[in-house]
Unconditional design. Structure first.
Length: 309
């Protein structure tokens, strides 16, 4: 296995793989992995082949994303195709279908899971995602925990005048369920199509981070993006809260060690990169072997630039 780094010394260790753009919710804040409308979707075998090449270049972690990955009826086959090549596989989901898939995903080789839950109020969830689904998501969290898909991370996008006052309640929920809570600052859509939504609902998290730091019994840092992890006590139970702030955050970019693969097989170096993608799937379908696919990965790494400096 080779070790590959970009021109800024960032060593490649991870690959974020979108498997579909389809979704059963309608979240205005969704960045859709920075992807334009998809032409096609990769098969499990194609994903496995591409991941095997990535692994030969040092990738040891894969994050499966969407869209909503559980809308792929072959999602367990996708996990099985990735499993032989990397040390860790995680998946991000809205949780609505998780209770029916969690055990099968674990059996297929999934290690852990991220679940989007922005509120414990159905009314608030309907405002954010277009559907009242709190009980479905909570059921998915419970089944995932029982299946051993841990640590479970709960993703909460913090929105001004929508759910920003529910953070204490979400911390308590995380401590009660044994989950890690990720508080995510709303990021601007680079295309500009969500500018008004961003202006209305962006809630800066700097002040919150200062408060968490003063209340935490310990602070550590995530290897990826150097995100702070605050260890808190809520009603006698300990829990961990991570704060995700990508915008205007040079540490976020300087510690980013992963590439992104869109659901139609385009390789990109950054969420905010909207052009110059490398068509790995097209090359594979045209008969390219591992050497040519490796060249595409190396080319992508050579082009990488930190978006926030």
């Amino acid at each position: 296995m080779r070790s590959v780094q970009d021109n800024y010394g960032r060593v490649l260790t991870g690959l974020r793989v979108s498997v579909t753009q389809r979704c059963n919710l309608n979240c205005p804040h969704c960045h859709r992995e920075g992807q334009l409308p998809a032409r096609t979707e990769m098969s499990p075998d194609e994903i496995g082949t591409i991941v095997s090449v990535a692994a030969s270049l040092g990738v040891r972690k894969v994050k499966i994303t969407g869209g909503e990955p559980l809308l792929r009826k072959d999602i367990c086959e996708i996990v099985e195709a990735i499993r032989p090549h990397v040390a860790e596989i995680s998946l991000t989901t809205n949780g609505i279908l998780l209770d029916r898939y969690a055990r099968s995903l674990k059996k297929a080789g999934l290690d852990r899971i991220n679940i989007s839950l922005h509120s414990l109020s159905n009314e608030t969830m309907r405002k954010i995602v277009g559907r009242e689904c709190v009980e479905e998501v909570k059921s998915g969290i419970a089944v995932a925990r029982d299946a051993g898909l841990e640590p479970i991370k709960v993703n909460m996008v913090v929105l001004r005048d929508v759910n920003h006052d529910e953070i204490p309640e979400m911390i308590e929920f995380a401590s009660r369920t044994g989950a890690i809570l990720q508080l995510i600052e709303l990021a601007a859509d680079r295309s500009g199509c969500h500018e008004e939504y961003f202006r209305r609902h962006h809630y800066p998290l700097e002040e919150l981070e200062s408060r968490l730091a003063s209340e935490a019994s310990s602070i550590s840092y995530n290897e990826l993006h150097r995100r702070a992890k605050y260890r808190l006590t809520s009603n006698g139970r300990e829990t961990t809260v991570e704060v995700v702030r990508s915008m205007h955050n040079s540490a976020f970019c300087s510690n980013c060690t992963r590439l992104r693969l869109t659901s139609d097989g385009l390789l990109k170096g950054c969420l905010y990169e909207n052009d110059g993608h490398l068509d790995v799937l097209g090359a594979l379908r045209s008969g390219a072997g591992p050497d040519r696919l490796s060249e595409l990965f190396l080319s992508c790494m050579s082009r990488r630039r930190p978006y926030w400096t």
